[in-house]
Ligand binder design. Sequence first.
Ligand code: COA
Length: 172
Amino acid sequence: MVLKIEPLDSRRHNRSDFSCGKGSLDNYIRKQASQDLKRRSATVFVLIDDPDPDVLAYYTLSAYTINITVLDEAFAKHLPRYPQLPATLLGRLAVDRKQKGKRFGELMLVDALRKALHASTQVASLAAIAEAIDEDAVSFYIKYGFQQFQQNPMKLYLPMKSIAELFQTLNP
Ligand SMILES: CC(C)(COP(=O)(O)OP(=O)(O)OC[C@H]1O[C@@H](n2cnc3c(N)ncnc32)[C@H](O)[C@@H]1OP(=O)(O)O)[C@@H](O)C(=O)NCCC(=O)NCCS
């Protein structure tokens, strides 16, 4: 058995038993994710313990735009004054209840940030944006350096520059 993060394959990956404790995130991976993938509104990556096809965790990524006025001045002052700026949305991230506390959340977050950074070398993005489902999720993201948007504290951002520095430290 070996842990693998793979693009969701609805013919192979079993999502029917996935349960993270948040109904909307469970329904999403069971019913909506493959549609979003097909319609290209999100990419969906799942963690499995290969060859077992059960989904242990998942996250989604999409292209996104942010309005410069919602950014903190300290971050915004280094950015071009365009009204809309490019970003990468980490729309959903969830770990199955039976798997919690095994650092799978961290593993998935780091993998998502690595993919966002890599993609940004081809299509620019100045930050990863996370949408938190509740206060616990906000604390989880803050732990990894995300900052809350002042106008909407359930939305958080991590500048791509910080993500690049993080991976630079990990793989100098
Ligand atoms: C939040 C979630 C992704 C964390 O996954 P996990 O695999 O249990 O967490 P990990 O084992 O990777 O924990 C990594 C670190 O985050 C901390 N952490 C985990 N869940 C946390 C939470 N809800 N709030 C604050 N910190 C949290 C852990 O204590 C650990 O910290 P440490 O380095 O000090 O030990 C998972 O609990 C989950 O799926 N929750 C429901 C859905 C959700 O909230 N998704 C988030 C975005 S919408």
